[in-house]
Design a protein around this ligand. Structure first.
Ligand code: CS2
Length: 477
């Protein structure tokens, strides 16, 4: 079977959408760190739409941790298929990515960052990729940041961390007299732009204060919220895509039809006209971000840990478990929604109904085990901030603590069975897992909450409820 490439585009069946612009005329205006599924499902598709109008916004991908995406996409001239899953699946070949660089070629990464055409550096490096401590500030003790501090003593240093690359790239731009850049964080962190800005300035201050001043004057870090459910690629998708496009695609991507990208209007230079691709620009992203992180991601993680404990495999299966679906709905409507200040014009209860319907979409096989990754990094934004808000307002936290109890049971089961978990804190978590109070005492995850008797009591009630197979401990409050 022919492998997807620029040369094979003309042979695609008419049912498959493909770039309608001249790819040879595209100039790379964006360097994107972390060109994984989430980015390729979503932001790259938006830039692909924009490129039909304006060829100055091509993407250069940078994978810092593995060669997989580069090895799959570079032989395909950056092309890949996006399958949108719904009652009927449609297929679209995306052409926005020109090439994917890896850390094996640091000079090429630096050249891309220090290039006059580059106006945006964007990122989906996942929560842990920012090396932040519990308070959301740069963790100078994390190995990648410590390595960068050491490396930066030499003038021609090459960084390890994403934040290090930002500082190195800005240093290069300052020395070359190039204009500033917009840094667009697209990960599920609250206040993501501001946190990344503070982390970048902190690292720059430590390695090159002049570059820190340059960043403060020239760079912009808008907050952004991105939403689209993107299950990991599996062989079933590869087969379906091959059948639909009549060619082999080494790494197709799938997502639900729904998509939302809200970006703060805070650009260092020209703003790409992404509104042409359905992107919302707004003065304040926080209400959108809080609604999405707390409601959608909070419920997702709850379904994941509780669902896995009930032997379920996918989000749709969890939603078919009536007791669990009812729990998730109550959690969202009664416990999370009161902590969310809805963006103007958004009906929160309708937003919740839409999320529940998206979760139940039978066309999507989204593994609970995928969502369960990196709990120590995700839960603080997804549930613990909500617990803090509820406690501050004097509301009960018994239901909010149940998914936390389910995570503790998930850790304990992994430790007992000697099963590895995917989490940057897996070592300390699994070491303490059989003593849940010791896990709650980990300040890097729970901050001060681990010592709050109201929260600890609610977690204890949750653990007892789950041990007895009960989900809604309504009777307790
Ligand atoms: C999910 C998210 O894997 C996870 O933790 O909760 O990736 C979720 O699907 C997206 O944020 C939806 O926009």
């Amino acid at each position: 079977m022919t492998r997807l490439s620029q040369a094979s585009l003309a042979a695609l069946p008419g049912s498959v959408a493909a770039p309608r612009y001249d790819r040879a005329a595209v100039r790379p205006g964006v360097v994107h760190f972390g060109p994984g599924a989430f980015h390729r499902a979503h932001q790259a598709a938006a830039f692909d739409t924009l490129l039909a109008q304006d060829p100055r916004w091509g993407l250069t991908g940078v994978s810092l941790h593995s060669r997989g995406v580069a090895d799959a996409l570079n032989p395909q001239d950056g092309l890949y298929t996006l399958a949108r899953l719904d009652a009927e699946t449609d297929y679209r070949v995306i052409g926005a990515i020109g090439r994917v660089l890896t850390r094996e070629d640091p000079a090429a990464i630096l050249a891309a960052l220090v290039h006059a055409d580059t106006r945006i550096v964007s990122a989906t490096v996942t929560e842990k990729g920012y090396c932040l401590a519990a308070e959301g500030t740069l963790d100078f003790t994390s190995p990648a940041i410590a390595a960068d501090l050491e490396a930066a003593r030499s003038a021609d240093w090459m960084p390890s961390s994403f934040t290090g690359w930002l500082v190195r790239g800005f240093q290069g731009r300052r020395l070359a007299g190039l204009p500033g850049v917009t840094v667009l964080c697209c990960d599920n962190l609250s206040d993501n732009g501001r946190k990344l800005e503070a982390a970048t300035l902190a690292l720059a201050e430590a390695v090159d204060p002049e570059t820190a001043r340059w960043i403060a004057d020239h760079a912009a870090f808008p907050n952004a919220m991105v939403d689209s459910i993107t299950p990991a690629t599996d062989d079933a998708l590869r087969r379906r895509v091959a059948a639909a496009i009549g060619q082999e695609d080494a790494w197709p991507i799938q997502r639900e039809r729904f998509t939302q990208w809200v970006i703060e209007e805070r650009f260092a230079g020209e703003r790409p006209a992404l509104d042409l691709a359905g992107v919302t620009f707004t003065g304040d992203v926080r209400p959108f971000e809080t609604a999405k992180l707390r409601l959608l991601n909070g419920a997702h993680s709850s379904l994941a840990y509780i669902g896995l404990g009930r032997g379920l495999e996918t989000v749709a299966e969890a939603m078919a478990d009536r007791e669990l679906a009812a729990f998730a709905e109550r959690l969202m409507r009664e416990d999370i929604a009161p902590s969310v200040f809805a963006p103007a014009g958004l009906d929160l209860q309708a937003y919740i109904s839409d999320i529940l319907a998206r979760f139940a979409n039978p066309a999507i096989r989204h593994l609970l085990s995928q969502i369960a990754w990196d709990g120590s990094q995700k839960l603080p934004y997804r549930l613990l901030d909500t617990v803090r808000a509820a406690l501050a307002a004097g509301r009960p936290v018994v239901r909010l603590a149940l998914p936390i109890a389910a995570w503790l049971r998930f850790l304990a089961a992994a430790a007992r069975e000697g099963r590895p978990i995917t989490d940057p804190l897996s070592g300390p978590l699994l070491q303490r897992a059989e003593d849940w109070r010791a896990v709650l005492a980990m300040r890097e995850v729970f901050g001060e909450l681990g010592a709050d008797p109201r929260f600890v009591g609610a977690v204890e009630a949750g653990l007892a409820g789950l041990a007895a197979g009960r989900l809604d401990p309504a009777c307790v409050h």
